[in-house]
Structure formats: structure tokens, C-alpha cells
Ligand binder design. Structure first.
Ligand SMILES: Cc1ncc(COP(=O)(O)O)c(C=O)c1O
Length: 383
């Protein structure tokens, strides 16, 4: 029996999410994007088995690993991937950064949609590229793409690469086939390469479907670098492993060379074991998890209805983007930390323009979500 209601202790000094804050001993951490659930039993068993063997040498994924990964892509997204086109790397942000370094030049322009998970824009800027932002448009409580703005900015700035996030962290959109095709057309027409960060691909609410943009056509497959990972899905982010699909051989060689030159390549022994076990045995667990997360989302939405906290309409991920700009305070994340001892991610991590927003991580037992909501609803400022 899978029980996501179980409270699992994360009380280790190394734990980032549960890091102590002085003066607060009843903190509810709802910020960093990992979950408070135990990984599937088969994943834990695979790691125990490696540990019990007692040797932790350099390791390389074999064909059983490749099969587990490509079977997952086929089962979950109907995406047929040749195992030879997958680069294994220690992280998704690393994959994005290496693609930027290998496939563009210093001072080239790279476009992103904001608000967006902060390290992506930082990677663009930190690699000496020019960051071009097309803001997603909040339409009621749902976010949409301004395609005219996207294309205009691509042309005006001679953009060479677009970094897509699908599903999108933090606004929870699972981009539709039509939206992805429009993005693809704009990129193909303007010779823009696509890097698609699909780390949240497995967190999809009922009735929605994740579509890898590279799966839509041969032309899109050729210009796309798809960064995937089992780490978010199965709560194994600490083992740092990713699978980056690059079908174009020249692009793949360039990214591979860049990874070797930087010394950041390959997977570790734990990453191989855990990813393979997760993809081979984790499907049922994941389906249950998605139902649980979606119910947490519905709970937050219904309990916060009618307050000054405007919950975004989401279709996936376990991260809720909340407009708190009507709450009278300087900084909503600090406000909730001080007044309710809840730690949210600050809006400005995702966009300079998102000062009034917070991001809430709901991948935790329902009792914890309810406790956080109780504390929030007690505050007169949100009424
Ligand atoms: C969109 C997105 N990409 C990448 C990452 C981090 O991936 P990794 O730890 O593999 O670099 C996160 C983590 O929150 C994320 O939300």
C-alpha cells in the first residue's frame, strides 16, 4: 500500500528544504522543489543493494539502463527515442548550461518565458549570453504565451536559442500540442534552436498530457535538446542524474565535448541504479502520486478561494504560483515566514516583476498542507 499521508522525517543537517531558521522551531518548508514523500520501494531497494555491495567505483550506464529510460518515454509520452541519442549528465540545469555553451556563442541572444525557474536565466547570463525575456501573460488565473511578443523579440534581438520549460515551473502550464507547434514554427522560421527542460514532465493532472516538443516532427526533433530526469518524479533529486536527448549528431557531439571539457559528465553509481529502478517499477506509484498531488492542489484552491491569495489555474507540477500582491506587506514570502512560519519561494526568484508572488510546494502529506492553510487563513491580512 502506498501512503502519501505518512510523515517522513527529513531531519538531517544536510537537508536544504528543512534547513533551520533561527527562532523558528515549527517551520513548514514549502519552497525547494523536492517532495516530502519516500521514493518507491524498488528505488530504495536498488540503492540499498548497491550500498550493500560496498564498492562505489566509477560507473557507466548499460543497455538495461537505456531500455528503462526509452521504455518510459514511450509508455508515458508516446515518444520513440534512439538510446544512442541520449547523453547522461549529472543534472538538468547542467544540460541546459552545456547546450548554451556548446551551441551558441558569447553575446548571442537566448530567449526564455518568465516567470521561470531562476537558474535558467542565470545560466544564460552567467555564460555571457544576452538574456531576452518574453513574459507569459496572466489571463484571469491562467498563463498564456504572447506569440507576437515572442517572435518580435526573436527577430529584434537575432535570438539563436529558446529555452522552453514544459510543464512550466512556476505557472504550472502543460503546454498543448497547438502551443508547442506554434513555438516550433516560430523557432524553425527564425533558425532558433530549442532547449526543452522537461524535468516536470511526469507531474500531469487528470485530462492533460505531456508532449515533448521534439516528438512533434522530424524538423523539431533536429533542432531540439530535451533535458529530462527521473529525479523530480521519484524524489531522488539529491542523486543528480539526467538524460539529455539530442537527435542531431553534430549538436550531440558538441554538447558531449563541452561536458567532457568541463569535467561534468556521466552518471554516478547511485544515479544509475535509482533511475533504472524508478523507470522500470515506478509507474503505479507515480499514478497514485499524481492523484494525491492534484487533490492537494484542489484543496489549496478551494480553501484559499475568496481570500486575497489568487491561486493560478494549473495543469501539472506540484508547485503552485500564487498572486499575493493584494496582501499588504513588503514581501509576501517574508510575511508568511514571519507570521505563519511557512517558507515559500519568493516570486523574484522567477522574475524581477513577480515581487507580489509566492510559489508553494504542495508535495507533502495532506495534513501538512492543511496545517499550512490553517495558519494562513488565521491571518487577517489575507482576508
Ligand atoms: C524547471 C527546472 N529545471 C531544472 C531543475 C533542477 O534540475 P537539476 O537538479 O537536475 O539540475 C529544477 C528544479 O527545481 C526545475 O524546476
Amino acid at each position: 500500500m502506498i501512503s502519501f499521508d505518512e510523515i517522513v522525517s527529513r531531519n538531517t543537517p544536510e537537508d536544504i528544504k528543512y534547513g533551520k531558521i533561527e527562532g523558528i522551531d515549527d517551520l513548514i518548508p514549502m519552497w525547494v522543489a523536492d517532495m516530502d514523500f519516500k521514493s518507491p520501494k524498488e528505488v530504495i531497494d536498488s540503492l540499498v543493494s548497491v550500498a550493500n555491495n560496498g564498492v562505489f567505483g566509477y560507473s557507466e550506464a548499460d543497455s538495461s539502463y537505456d531500455k528503462a529510460v526509452t521504455d518510459w518515454f514511450m509508455k508515458r509520452y508516446g515518444w520513440n527515442v534512439d538510446p544512442d541519442t541520449i547523453l547522461k549528465l549529472p543534472g538538468v540545469v547542467l544540460g541546459v548550461s552545456l547546450a548554451i555553451r556548446a551551441l551558441t556563442e558569447v553575446n548571442d541572444s537566448i530567449l526564455i518565458f518568465e516567470p521561470l525557474y531562476g537558474p535558467i536565466g542565470r545560466s544564460v547570463r552567467g555564460n555571457g549570453r544576452n538574456l531576452v525575456i518574453s513574459d507569459l501573460v496572466r489571463n484571469g488565473s491562467r498563463y498564456e504565451i504572447d506569440f507576437d511578443d515572442m517572435e518580435r523579440k526573436i527577430i529584434e534581438n537575432n535570438v539563436k536559442m529558446f529555452v522552453l520549460c514544459n510543464p512550466h515551473n512556476p505557472v504550472g502550464r502543460v503546454w498543448t500540442r497547438e502551443e508547442l507547434l506554434k513555438i516550433g514554427d516560430i523557432c524553425l522560421k527564425n533558425n532558433v534552436l530549442i532547449v526543452s527542460d522537461e524535468i516536470h514532465a511526469d507531474f500531469i493532472y487528470s485530462g492533460k498530457k505531456h508532449i515533448p516538443i521534439a516528438s512533434l516532427s522530424d524538423e523539431l526533433n533536429k533542432i531540439t535538446v530535451t533535458c529530462t530526469s527521473a529525479t523530480k518524479t521519484f524524489n531522488i533529486a539529491g542523486i543528480q542524474a539526467s538524460n539529455v536527448v539530442i537527435s542531431d549528431a553534430g549538436m550531440r557531439r558538441a554538447v558531449d565535448k563541452c561536458s567532457v571539457v568541463t569535467g561534468a559528465y556521466g552518471l554516478n553509481i547511485m544515479g544509475i541504479a535509482a533511475t533504472r529502478a524508478a523507470y522500470n517499477y515506478g509507474e503505479e506509484w507515480l499514478d497514485e502520486l499524481n492523484k494525491y498531488i492534484e487533490s492537494n492542489y484542489e484543496l489549496v484552491k478551494s480553501r484559499l478561494a475568496g481570500t486575497k491569495l489568487k491561486v493560478t489555474d494549473e495543469e501539472g507540477t506540484y508547485l503552485i504560483w500564487i498572486d499575493a500582491s493584494e496582501v499588504e506587506c513588503e514581501d509576501p514570502a517574508k510575511f508568511f515566514l514571519d507570521k505563519a512560519h511557512i517558507r515559500f519561494s519568493e516570486g523574484v526568484f522567477f522574475s524581477k516583476k513577480a515581487k507580489g508572488f509566492i510559489r508553494m510546494n504542495i508535495a507533502c502529506p495532506r495534513s501538512v498542507v492543511n496545517e499550512a492553510l490553517d495558519r494562513m487563513l488565521k491571518l487577517p491580512e489575507i482576508r
